[in-house]
Ligand binder design. Structure first.
Ligand code: SF4
Length: 180
């Protein structure tokens, strides 16, 4: 599709310099839930697919626990489409440069619910800095679409004690917008 081609050709910020390829998104483009992560890691950069490493496996397992698959039930994109060097957190100017692509994806998918996985995703969607611990468990909004904020799966791999909270957040999302 044209948007994906535009993303792959984009040079709007310096993240284009070190990428192997841009990673537009994956999943069902008519999904009711859209998940937004941070940015591609090494595996994602190599394969052109978001959430394919260990964090992706954890995300798939959490979706499976809700009876969902990434192919059928959700659309997944990242706040920045190109890999930040050494997996550093994207800078505010990089998030801003890439934001029009994220907003265009939201326009095309027209989800009923957005889930921000981690602080950079929340910043890209809500345009303000938030603390995940304080912001989770209540609905935020992007335009008229509810936004649920939760931890990034890569954070959960480093902090497994917070997996229960992320599960609570997904159950909260399911109460807001049931899928099945
Ligand atoms: S991160 Fe986004 S804005 Fe920056 S070069 Fe990649 S696609 Fe373009």
């Amino acid at each position: 599709m044209q948007l994906d081609a535009d993303i792959r050709a984009c040079q709007a910020c310096s993240l284009c310099e070190k990428r192997k390829q841009a990673v537009p998104g994956t999943g069902n483009r008519n999904a009711r839930w859209m998940l937004v992560g941070e940015g591609p890691g090494a595996e994602e950069d190599r394969l052109g697919e978001p959430f394919v490493g260990q964090a992706g496996k954890l995300l798939d397992n959490m979706l499976a626990a809700l009876g969902l698959t990434r192919e059928a039930d959700v659309f997944i994109a990242n706040a920045v489409k190109c890999r930040p060097p050494h997996n550093r957190t994207p800078e505010a100017d990089e998030l801003a440069a890439c934001r029009p692509y994220l907003l265009r994806q939201i326009e095309l998918v027209e989800p009923d619910l957005l889930i921000a996985l981690g602080r950079p995703a929340a910043l890209a969607l809500l345009e303000r800095e938030i603390n995940i611990g304080a912001a989770r468990g209540k609905p935020h909004s992007y335009r008229d679409i509810p936004v649920v904020v939760t931890y990034h799966p890569a954070y959960l791999l480093r902090n497994p004690q917070d997996k229960g909270k992320a599960w609570e957040d997904l159950c909260f999302a399911r109460r807001l917008v049931p899928l099945k």
